[in-house]
Design a protein. Sequence first.
Length: 458
Amino acid sequence: MKKLIIIAAAVTTAVLGFSVPDVQAATAIDVDQLLQQVRSGRARDAQINEQRLAKFRAERATQAAKVAEAKAEQQREEQRSKDLDALFEANDNEIIELEQAVQDRLGDLKELFGVIQQVAGDSRANFNSSMTQAQFPERSQFMTELAQKVGQTNRLASMEDIETLWYEIYREMVETGKVTKFNSTIINTDGTDRNAEVTRVGVFNAVADGQFLYYNADANKLQLLARQPKARFLSRAEDLENATSGLTAFPLDPSRGALMADLVKSPTLKEKFHEGGIVGYIIVGVGIVGVLLALWRLIVLVGVSGAVNRQIKNIDNPGNNPLGHVLKVYQDNPTADVETMELKLSEAIVKETPKLNKLVPILKIIAVVAPLMGLLGTVTGMIQTFQQITLHGTGDPKLMAGGISQALVTTVLGLTVAIPMVFLHTIVASRAKRVSQVLNEQASGMVAERAEQAHANQ
């Protein structure tokens, strides 16, 4: 029985909002006191509920009044919406009538403003691609605003706008035939800006500090060419900047930059050389070696030829030269008969000949191999071209340009090396042959002299 009372007390305290410690405390008090507390809690809850009901009954009339007021406001707003719709429709009809009246009153002026809009748009496009835009940047904004203004049916171009349009077009025509200097911000090749004095030749060319410029429409500024043309053109640009009057020769680009762009895109001699690839490098390397060998042998043979000429004037004292060696053989054999002397002198000449012709065959080989190597580069270049055609087709010629360039450049390099090597080989070989001829002449003379001596002794 006591346990049931404790459980009932716990449930009662939970319903009344007491905490667990209150339940534990309730187990310690008398059962009558617990019943008294439960009875008091129920009375308090009943009182609170009664107060809430009284409040709800008191506010019910107020809520009904608010609902009625909200419905009245809804009816007023719905009526206002209908009135606004009617007003909007009336205004829309009035606008249509006024626009029609404007169009009727404009008459032929509509065509005029249409032409103004078209001219303003075309002029803006022309100005944005013209070099004069760097000098007069504000006119592009005016043309844009004028085209937008005239394009709207409820706004017309003023007389001032029409006069400004005419003035800007006329000024562009005048500036086309003028050489003008002005200060402007230009873009360097590294992307940085700097202020410089620009010399503009009509709408065709512009130079600054002796360098050519082009108009960058995206940045609305003049910009240095990524690669300047050759020195002869740059010198003309400097002459134009320094000139104050009179006539000055200057490379004018009538295509407004197209020819200049193609000119600076053309590869230099160094770039053409690199287009030859590995075969081109080998050809040039072989050519350099051949030229060095030819020059060295030519210098040696010139020295030998000079020594031989000096030896001819001093027959009695053989020196350290080919003719001196032959003379020494003659002097070392004073008692030899004619046949023996002829054989000994021939042997001495044969020993000297390889020294004179040293490396001459190599020069001939280089002269023959160089064009063959050029042909090899041609074949490899064409193979590369056909590979590109196989992979990508013939739609883009740039894909085939690399192989064709290699084929042509290697051919040119091979011929460039072979032609001078033929001349160098001929010069060196003729110089060696000339010295050999002197040796043979002198040997023949010595044999004849020995034969005369033998005939005299008989």
